[in-house]
Design a protein around this ligand. Structure first.
Ligand code: SF4
Length: 503
C-alpha cells in the first residue's frame, strides 16, 4: 500500500472564521488538515481604517486562533506572501475562495495554493451563473433574484407560494418613527464582554500608531460586535428572540437617541464568517412559524440576508474588475477632510453630523443613515465614487470590498448608470424629516431651498437633478422628479447658492 500523503495546510483568511468554512462535506479542507492564519500588517498600512474595525478583525482572528489551539499556526507578517513563505515554504496549501478580487488574484497567482469553493453564502457561484444565464438579456433584478433564492432554499414558502401570499412586504416596513417617541423601547442588542485578547490587540494598535506605521480614525473601545462564534450565536439568539418581532415596521426609520433600534447588527458577524447566513434566516423563519414574530419583520430580515446580501456578493463577481471605477455621472470632487476625519462639527447639517458621530464612535449605522444621509450627500455633492467606496469600506465594521463596491458604486452613487438599481437613491430633506427626528433640532429647515435656512439635502437634491437633467429625463422613474425643476421659481438662486456652499 502506498503511504498516504498528509493533507495540505489550509489557510484561513480573517473573514472565514466560522466552523462552516472547515466543513469537508461542503468543499472544505481535509478534517485533519493543519491550519494557517496570517495577520498581514500591510493591510492596515495601505488604508486609514476605523480603529473599531481593525480591532474587531484582529480580535476575531486571534480569538479563533486561540480556539483552534495546536491545530493552527498563526503568523504575524508584513504581507500575506511573506507569512505564507515563513509558515509553509513551497508546500501545498488550500484556501477557500477569498472575498476580494485582490486576494483572489494573489492566491491564484501562487502555484502552491489550490482555491476551494467559496463559503459563507447561500448561493454558490455556479448556481448564480446558471440563474443569471437563464435570464438571457433581462437585467439581474434583485427582486427576481431574491424570489428565486426563497424558492430554491424553501425560505418562507408555503408550497410554491410565498408565505402569506406576498413576496414583498416593504409596504409594511416603511413606517416613520412612532410619533413622539425618542426610542423604540425594545430590548438592547447583545453586547460582548472584552477579553485579554482584546486588550492585547488594543495595545498593538496603539503601538503601531505610535510608531507611525499605521493611522486610524474613530474610536475603538469597548468592543460592541462579536469576535467569536459563541458571541455571534448569542447575538443571533438575542436578536431573534427579543428584537426580530419589532424589526420590520420601523426598519427605515431613524431616532437620534436610539441608534440600533430593532436592527440585528449581525452583518459584522456574518461578514467575518462567524455566522452562517443559513442559520440566521432559518432561525428567523422558525420564529414566524411558531407565532413569535410577525411575517413583515421576518420577511424584512430574510430579504436583507438572503436577498440583498447574497445579491451584492454575486454581482461583485459578476461585473468585471473595472466596475469599481465606474463613474457615468463624472463626479470628481474629493471628499472633504471633516468627512474623512469623521469630524461631526465639520457640518451644520444635524442629520449628517449625527450620523458621522455614530460612525466615529462605533463604525456602524444602519442602512438608512448610510444610504439616505451619507451616500445621498456624497452623490449630491458629486464626490468621486471610488473614493466614497473606499471611505465606506474603511469606516464601517462590516465593510469589505465585495460589500461596498456594489452597494456604493451601484446603489448609493449610481455611478454604474443603473446596472444595479433603476434610479439614484437620493432625496431632499422632506424624506429625512418624515423618517427621522433629526430635522427638529437642525439649524436648517427641510422645506427651505434657498437662503440661510436652506436644507443642504433639499437644495442638493435639486442641484443634482439640474446637473444631470439630460440623463435623468430619459429614466422613466425620474422623469416626474426632473420636470419638477421647471416649477422652481428660485432655481437660479439655488444653483448659485450651491456653487458657494462648503459644508
Ligand atoms: Fe438634515 Fe436638512 Fe433635516 Fe437638517 S433640515 S437634519 S440638513 S435633512
Amino acid at each position: 500500500m502506498p503511504e498516504e500523503q498528509p493533507p495540505p495546510t489550509h489557510w484561513l483568511f480573517g473573514d472565514q472564521l466560522g466552523p462552516h468554512f472547515l466543513d469537508p462535506a461542503r468543499g472544505g479542507p481535509h478534517r485533519n488538515a493543519p491550519l494557517l492564519m496570517i495577520e498581514s500588517r500591510s493591510v492596515f498600512r495601505r488604508r486609514r481604517f476605523h480603529r473599531a474595525k481593525a480591532h474587531l478583525v484582529l480580535s476575531a482572528m486571534r480569538h479563533r486562533a486561540a480556539e483552534l489551539g495546536d491545530r493552527v499556526r498563526y503568523v504575524k507578517a508584513d504581507t500575506y506572501r511573506q507569512g505564507l513563505r515563513e509558515a509553509v515554504g513551497e508546500d501545498r496549501v488550500t484556501v477557500r475562495h477569498p472575498t476580494s478580487r485582490t486576494a483572489l488574484d494573489l492566491v491564484r497567482g501562487l502555484p502552491s495554493v489550490r482555491v476551494l469553493p467559496a463559503r459563507g453564502f447561500l448561493v454558490t457561484h455556479d448556481e448564480f451563473r446558471t440563474w443569471a444565464d437563464g435570464r438571457g438579456t433581462k437585467s439581474l433584478r434583485q427582486e427576481d433574484f431574491y424570489r428565486w433564492v426563497r424558492q430554491t432554499h424553501d425560505l418562507l414558502m408555503d408550497g410554491d407560494r410565498p408565505a402569506g401570499g406576498k413576496w414583498n412586504l416593504d409596504h409594511d416596513n416603511r413606517e416613520p418613527p412612532p410619533r413622539g417617541a425618542t426610542d423604540l423601547g425594545v430590548p438592547a442588542p447583545y453586547r460582548p464582554r472584552e477579553s485579554d485578547i482584546d486588550a492585547e490587540v488594543r495595545d498593538d494598535l496603539d503601538r503601531w500608531a505610535r510608531e507611525g506605521d499605521v493611522e486610524f480614525v474613530g474610536e475603538d473601545g469597548p468592543r460592541v460586535f462579536p469576535a467569536t462564534r459563541r458571541e455571534a450565536l448569542a447575538a443571533l439568539t438575542r436578536f431573534v428572540e427579543h428584537r426580530l418581532a419589532t424589526f420590520g415596521a420601523h426598519e427605515d426609520a431613524v431616532l437620534a437617541k436610539d441608534p440600533t433600534m430593532s436592527h440585528s447588527l449581525l452583518s459584522a458577524s456574518l461578514n467575518l464568517g462567524l455566522l452562517d447566513p443559513a442559520e440566521c434566516v432559518e432561525r428567523a423563519e422558525a420564529r414566524w412559524r411558531s407565532g413569535d414574530a410577525p411575517l413583515n419583520s421576518v420577511e424584512g430580515f430574510v430579504r436583507q440576508v438572503a436577498g440583498w446580501r447574497e445579491y451584492v456578493w454575486h454581482v461583485y463577481w459578476h461585473f468585471d474588475a473595472e466596475y469599481r471605477t465606474s463613474n457615468v455621472l463624472r463626479h470628481h470632487e474629493p471628499l472633504p477632510d471633516w468627512f474623512t476625519d469623521l469630524a461631526p462639527d465639520g457640518t451644520g447639517a444635524n442629520c449628517l453630523s449625527h450620523t458621522l458621530e455614530q460612525v466615529r464612535a462605533t463604525g456602524w449605522t444602519h442602512h438608512i443613515p448610510r444610504l439616505m444621509v451619507l451616500g445621498s450627500f456624497a452623490l449630491q455633492r458629486g464626490w468621486q465614487p471610488e473614493a466614497v467606496t473606499d471611505w465606506f469600506h474603511r469606516s464601517f465594521v462590516d465593510g469589505y470590498d465585495w460589500v461596498m463596491v456594489p452597494n456604493v458604486v451601484g446603489m448609493s452613487q449610481y455611478a454604474d448608470g443603473g446596472r444595479m438599481t433603476t434610479k439614484p437613491y437620493t432625496s431632499g430633506g422632506a424624506y429625512i424629516d418624515r423618517m427621522s427626528d433629526l430635522c427638529g433640532p437642525c439649524r436648517y429647515k427641510p422645506s427651505v431651498r434657498v437662503g440661510e435656512d436652506a436644507c443642504p439635502f433639499t437644495a442638493g437634491y435639486w442641484n443634482l437633478l439640474h446637473r444631470h437633467r439630460d440623463r435623468f429625463e430619459r429614466n422613466a422613474r425620474m422623469t416626474r422628479a426632473v420636470r419638477g425643476l421647471d416649477r422652481l421659481s428660485d432655481l437660479e438662486a439655488l444653483l448659485e447658492q450651491e456653487r458657494e456652499r462648503r459644508d
